[in-house]
Design a protein around this ligand. Sequence first.
Ligand code: NZQ
Ligand code: ZN
Length: 392
Amino acid sequence: MRDFQYYTPTKVLFGRNTEEKTGALVKETGAKKVLIHYGTGSVIRTGLLDRVKASLEKEDIPYVLLGGVVPNPRLSKVYEGIAVCRKEKVDLILAVGGGSVIDSAKAIGYGALYDGDVWDFYCGKCKAKECLPIGVVLTLAATGSEMSSSSVITNEEGWLKRGYGSDLGRPKFAVMNPELTLTLPDYQTACGCTDILMHTMERYFTGEASMEITDSLAEGLMRTVMHNALLLKEKPYDYDARAEVMWAGSLSHNGLTGCGGDGGDWMPHKLEHELGGMFDVAHGAGLAAVWGSWARYVYRDGLTRFRSFALKVCGVKEEGSDEEIALKGILAMEQFYRAIGMPTNLRELGVEPTEDQLAEMARKCALGVGGAKGSVKVLREPDMLEILRMAL
Ligand code: NZQ
Ligand code: ZN
C-alpha cells in the first residue's frame, strides 16, 4: 500500500427533507450573501428551488440567482457567475443540481478570487490559491462532485473539455436527499450509475499489486451500484435503491476507493471528455461507449485485476484461463450496460465520428494529458486513436 492523504472536509446531510436545512448549513459557514446556482429548469419544475430559497429566507440570508447551466457546463456561464459574485459581493456559492451545476459553481468560486482568466487553471497554466466556499444541494447521483476536488468545464473556443482538481474546491457541505432524484429520466439515472461505477473502476484498474482494504471497498461499491441500477430499471421510485446509489456516488469519487493506490488510470474518462467536448454527449453514456474498447486494449497488461473484477464484481465463474475469465468479465460489464440502457459503442451512443474527428479527439486527448497517461497501460496518441476506432 502506498502512502496517501485522505481529505474529505464536506459535511454531509443525508436523507428525506434535508434540503430544508440548507439555510441553517449556510448560516454555520458564516456566509453573508449567497449565489444560488442551478441548471436549465428541473429545480424550478420540481419546486426544489423555491424550497431552498425559503430555507435561506428563514435564516435571513440574502441571495442572488444564476441559472442556465447546461450539461457539459460552459466557460461563458462561469464568466457570467464570476461577474455576479464580484458585483454582489457573494461569499458562498450554493449549487442546486447535478455535477454540471456543481462544477460550474467551483469554477466560479476559483475565478471570483483570481485576477487572471479562470481558464488558466483548467488549461494547466497555474494553480488556484483560493476558492469561494461551495455548498451543494444534490439532485443527481453521478459525478461525486458534491465531495470531490474536481471540476470539469467546456471552453466553447475550440470545444475543449478540461478538468481541474484542488482541495480548495471541495464543497463545505452537501445536502443529499435521495427523493430529489426520483424525477430523473431513466437515461440520466443509468448515466449516473455508470459514472459512479467508472470512478471506482478508474481507481481499481491500476498497475498496483496490494491494496486489499481499498479493493474490497471498491468491489463492494461496484456490486452495490450494479445491483441497485438494475433494480431502479424496474422500480425507479424505490427510495432505498436511490439512497444506495446516491451515497455510493459520493464515496466513489471522494478518494476512498483509491486510498493506497497510484492515483488510478483515468483514460476512459479522458477519452470521454473529448467525446463530450466534441459531441456534447451525456458523460456516463460516453464512458459506457468507450469502456469496452479501452478494456480490451489494455486488459493483458492488468490481467490479475481484470480477473478479480470478473470474479468478484461481475460474478463470472472461475473456469478457464485467466485471460478467458478477464474477457468474460468485460463481456459481462457490457451486458450490464445494455441492461440499463447504456451504449457499448459510439454508434449506440448516437455519434458517428469521421476518421478526421477521431484523429482530432486523439490529438486533443494526448495534448490534454501531456502526451501519455494510464496506469494499467500507459497510452499515447496512437493508442488513443486505436481505442476510439475500436469503439465505432
Ligand atoms: O439542467 P437541469 O434542468 O437541472 O437538468 C439536468 C440535466 O439536463 C437533469 N437533472 C439533474 N437533476 C435532475 C434532473 N432532471 C430531473 N430531475 C432531477 N432531479 O439531468 C441532466 C444532466 O445533469 P448534469 O448535471 O449534466 O449531469 P451529471 O451530474 O452527470 O454531470 C455531468 C458533468 O459532470 C462532469 C461531467 O464530465 C459532465 O460535464 N464530471 C464531473 C466530475 C467531478 N466534478 O468530480 C467527475 C466526473 O467524472 C465528470 O467528468
Ligand atoms: Zn465521471
